[in-house]
Ligand binder design. Structure first.
Ligand code: MLC
Ligand code: AMP
Length: 522
């Protein structure tokens, strides 16, 4: 085998005229055409002097061409570094620089802003727009549609996925070919995927869920996808009867439940609904079953580990749990102070080990050794327990993290921006319950003595440096932050104080008001 990931996920479908991607407007891209397109792109990469192991950073809209770029990287042995389209130039520049990208692929609109960094790094810059136009495709079209696959081993890197850190500095999770392949094959088997499956794909493809779970599992099974540009509840309802599987974050399911046409008849041809990336409320699980007769299958994973546990396909799907360890994956709950495995159903930190677990953080050996033990167990930062039947319950996190609509937001990153603003003495950013997004962000600010911070100006600073999904939906000014005897900010006290801030109907489903509520509590 020359390149396990490419051979097992992509090459085995070569010559197949069967549909791979069904696109809006009724057009279809077959496996053979998709692989031809990817091969043309792989030529562009090698002709731009990219070598195996080099990183390619892509901040591009979801499109068949964007997915073909991932395939091209795997085939050419280039490490794929996908980036959230919502990231600002500041954010993207950090990832490109830290990852040492040799090629940057971006939307034409970002070309000028990113040319500074590509010049500085000596990296190539190509454009790829959401409609498939741009220099990458112009160059690719002139290339042969067959490419000689570059040899790689299971241990070689396939992807570098950035995940934010509690200190505010993002870390690149190094994922090997073996990590991705083993997980895709396991999930395809556990979730009974067959070539007849049609996955309704409405997730972004720059994260683990949409790329490494949804796409790779489809590829592993030789199935096809209805490939939607983004989540749109009406589109999901329109296409539901043509699909057999949906994978989504909990917000997908709460929005579907709010749709008047979403019922048993509409879902009668579906065989599986999978939820992950954030906690699915037991209440949503129950409502979903009442409405459709389907029990959502919840699973648990991370950027660093791919998927670790899953509720069973055939056995009991237990609401409020993330199921059982996947085959080949060890899960244990340990004492955070001693690292000792806890007995019975005691609550502790969750650790995982298996072929799915990453190789470490890119150029961060200290962080890697702090979180990835020498015996292979990774300390997830999640807290939970394993019940008497072996089901894992996630009951909290010992990392300061907010999950909003399936996107991770690290408060420290926002606090650093707030603290740097004139008139701000200090700040604390917390997540509070939100019906649509699960959690949303509130920034609590303490003013410098005798000063009144300009909240509009503060929000402007937030807008220029951070992606929209990270913006506080409310900013409040308080006289002081609650602290314990060790002077540590008690975020739990703040979370309790503001827990009902978004519990009104107007803060529910659909687009929210832009900008934060400017509010002063004194
Ligand atoms: C969009 N917005 C968000 C947001 N998504 N704000 C907070 N949190 C989010 N998740 C902003 C938009 O920029 C917009 O700003 C406003 O909210 C309204 O947008 P919307 O149209 O209502 O949002 P929508 O486009 O429908 O997006 C919501 C969503 C989307 C939930 C469908 O965020 C999404 O697809 N999430 C999936 C994330 C994901 O794939 N996570 C997997 C990570 S991997 P404005 O300017 O209009 O106010 C992982 C590992 C694992 O965690 O286990 O899977
Ligand atoms: P990310 O770093 O984006 O990969 O996010 C990983 C984190 O998402 C995990 O550490 C969990 O905290 C959370 N997560 C993923 N799936 C679930 C789930 N099914 N239930 C609860 N939390 C989840």
């Amino acid at each position: 085998m020359t390149n396990p990931l490419f051979d097992q996920l992509f090459a085995k479908h070569n010559g197949m005229g069967k549909p791979f991607l069904r696109l809006g407007g009724g057009s279809v891209l077959s496996y053979v055409d998709f692989l031809g397109l990817a091969a043309q792109m792989a030529h562009v990469l090698t002709q731009s002097s990219l070598k195996p192991g080099d990183r390619l950073a892509a901040q591009v809209q979801k499109s068949p061409e964007a997915l073909a770029l991932y395939s091209a990287c795997v085939q050419a042995g280039v490490v794929f570094l996908p980036l959230n389209t919502a990231y600002t130039t500041d954010e993207v520049s950090y990832f490109i620089e830290d990852g040492g990208a040799r090629m940057i692929v971006c939307d034409m609109k970002a070309e000028e802003a990113l040319s500074t960094i590509s010049d500085r790094l000596g990296a190539c810059l190509e454009t790829l727009n959401g409609d498939g136009t741009g220099t990458l495709m112009e160059n690719a079209r002139m290339m042969p549609d067959v490419f000689s696959t570059v040899a790689r081993s299971a241990d070689d890197l396939a992807a570098l996925l950035y995940t934010s850190g509690t200190t505010g500095r993002s870390k690149g999770a190094m994922l090997s070919q073996g990590n991705l392949l083993s997980n895709a094959e396991t999930l395809a088997k556990e979730w009974r995927f067959t070539p007849d499956d049609v996955l309704l794909h409405a997730l972004p493809i720059f994260h683990t869920h949409g790329l490494l779970v949804a796409t790779n599992v489809t590829l592993a099974a030789g199935a096809s996808m209805i490939f939607l540009p983004k989540f749109d509840v009406d589109q999901l309802v329109d296409f539901m009867q043509d699909a057999t599987v949906l994978m989504g974050v909990p917000t997908f399911y709460t929005r579907l439940l709010d749709h008047p046409c979403f019922d048993r008849k509409l879902t009668s041809g579906m065989r599986l609904f999978v939820s992950g990336s954030a906690p699915l409320l037991a209440e949503t699980h129950v409502q979903f079953e009442d409405r459709t007769g389907h029990r959502i299958l919840e699973r648990y994973g991370m950027t660093e580990t791919n998927m670790n546990t899953s509720n069973p396909y055939d056995g009991e799907r237990r609401a409020g749990t993330v199921g059982l360890p996947l085959p080949g994956v060890d899960v244990k709950v340990t004492d955070p102070d001693t690292g000792a495995t806890l007995p019975g159903s005691d609550l502790g930190q969750i650790e995982v080990r298996g072929p799915n677990v990453f190789k470490g953080y890119w150029q961060m050996s200290e962080k890697t050794s702090a979180e990835l033990r020498s015996d292979g167990f990774f300390i997830t930062g999640d807290h939970g327990k394993i019940d008497a039947d072996g089901y894992l319950h996630i009951l909290g996190r010992n990392k300061d993290l907010i999950i909003s609509g399936g996107y991770n937001i690290y408060p420290k990153e926002i606090e650093l921006v707030l603290d740097a603003q004139p008139g701000v003495k200090e700040s604390a950013v917390i997540g509070v319950p939100h019906r649509d997004l699960g959690e949303t962000v509130i920034g609590v600010i303490v003013a410098e003595t005798g000063q009144l911070p300009d909240l509009d100006r503060i929000m402007e600073a937030v807008r220029t440096s951070l992606a929209r999904f990270k913006h506080p939906r409310k900013l409040v000014v308080c006289p002081e932050l609650p602290r314990n005897t060790m002077a540590k900010v008690q975020k739990n006290v703040l979370r309790e104080e503001f827990k009902d801030a978004f519990h009104t109907d107007d803060a529910g489903v659909g687009p929210r008001r832009s900008g934060a509520d400017m509010e002063t509590l004194c």
